[in-house]
Design a protein around this ligand. Structure first.
Ligand code: NAX
Length: 388
């Protein structure tokens, strides 16, 4: 049955999935609301009926207002894993319609077009519209979630401050475009490195948006830490909870084993090898990105996409009783001795009303204090380089 390419302008949540029966052809065309179908000439009669199950699912999706998710660096490696899972409903829920807006630099638009073709070919029921563009004003228009994945990678011979300066300009422009075009209550989530400081730059330029709506990714580090602890203790990774990454997403980050738990018990009660916890464990987590590049010949992409997805999922879902997750957010200088005005990874909970709270009152011993301070010092240095 020939199906001609559909126009995204025709996408509508008002039409339920249909079953088409006619002549010698009986078939179910899934997601017919997303396609314009031409029936073969030999079909003389065409009975259109509504599949009750599909109708029910469709009605649930239809009740929700579509959420606009903007992803930058959309033709890059992380996005190639991320976009398909967002579109499948793995991030915001399987009943949440989505408008996808994809931003790339002009030379990568052809590649992005290929990604959009593949998204089309998945015929994701939740995807209401896909916009691919090199114009930040178009990409961030009405965005509810701004996922800033794209950034210029560090090249051989490039100093850290050169990288900060190049990406600084990108995040100045994107911060301004978000403030001017996105939804006033949009959330901004930065993955592109150096993600904490890129996030700070975006925040400073997104005039009018609340500081608490800005986040940078340290979930990949949290998941790496949980995985290492689980392997050492010989337990499933789901047994590891309360894992905090403190500070910067860099080799100074501190995976806090002192407050983490395994099957509800302090990690230090389950893993007695303190030397390993203070040494190899921390180093493995801090250096994991480099180890993956060495082994794979390319930076982590699928696991980074998974962590990005998990972060947003954690930020929109009430956190399990007694647990928390790691994300870098604006420090107001009132907790744990963290300096004011940096984007610092901290233990975070999402409340039932969707707001976020930094977990208070965790004990910080001298060992942890030194590690946290070292990472914050690096964040202050980065801030000085970009904001003066
Ligand atoms: P790729 O180089 O594969 O893709 C980046 C994409 O961003 C490219 O397609 C590029 O054209 C695009 N881009 C560059 N400037 C842009 C701009 N101004 N507007 C829109 N798009 C732009 O990198 P990928 O592997 O996808 O990684 C993306 C970023 O994630 C990198 O900065 C990387 O360092 C960072 N990571 C952050 C992690 C974290 O935990 N926070 C972990 C994974 C990853 O290393």
């Amino acid at each position: 049955m020939p199906v001609r390419p559909f126009s995204k302008r025709l996408l509508s949540a008002s039409q339920p999935p249909l079953q088409i029966r006619g002549g010698s052809i009986i078939g179910v065309i899934q997601n017919v609301n997303r396609k314009v179908c031409e029936l073969p000439k030999k079909v003389r009669t065409c009975e259109i009926s509504i599949d009750p199950t599909a109708q029910k699912e469709h009605n649930t999706a239809r009740m929700k207002t579509p959420v606009t998710v903007t992803v930058t660096g959309a033709a890059g490696n992380i996005a190639y894993s991320l976009l398909f899972r967002i579109a499948a409903g793995n991030m915001l829920g399987e009943d949440q319609p989505i408008v996808l807006k994809l931003l790339e630099i002009t030379p990568c638009l052809d590649k992005l077009h290929g990604v959009v073709m593949e998204l089309d070919d998945c015929a994701f029921p939740l995807v209401q519209e896909i916009v691919a563009t090199d114009d930040p004003a178009v990409a961030f228009k009405d965005a509810n979630w701004c996922m800033l994945v794209g950034s210029v990678p560090r090249k051989a011979g490039m100093e850290r401050k050169d990288l900060l300066s190049i990406n600084g300009k990108v995040f100045i422009g994107q911060g301004k475009a978000i403030a001017e075009n996105a939804a006033p209550d949009c959330k901004v989530f930065v993955v592109g490195n150096p993600c904490n400081t890129n996030c700070l730059i975006a925040l400073h330029n997104a005039t009018g948006l609340p500081k608490q709506n800005f986040f940078a990714m340290t979930m990949l580090d949290e998941l790496r830490a949980k995985s290492q602890l689980a392997a050492k203790a010989g337990v499933p990774v789901s047994a590891v909870t309360n894992m905090t990454i403190w500070g910067n997403h860099s080799s100074t980050q501190y995976p806090d084993f002192t407050n983490a738990k395994i099957n509800g018990k302090p990690v230090t009660e389950v893993i007695s090898d303190t030397d390993w916890l203070k040494g190899e464990f921390i180093k493995t987590v801090q250096q994991r990105g480099a180890a993956i590049i060495q082994a794979r010949g390319a930076s982590s992409a699928a696991s980074a996409a998974n962590a990005a997805l998990m972060t947003v999922k954690n930020l929109v879902t009430p956190t399990a009783q007694g647990d928390w997750f790691s994300v870098a957010s604006y420090s107001d200088g009132t907790r744990y001795g963290l300096p004011e005005g940096i984007i610092c990874s901290q233990p975070t909970r999402t409340n039932a009303d969707g707001s976020h709270t930094i977990v208070e009152g965790l004990p910080i011993d001298d060992f942890s204090r030194g590690k946290i301070d070292a990472s914050c010092k690096e964040l202050l240095e980065e801030r000085a380089e970009v904001l003066g």
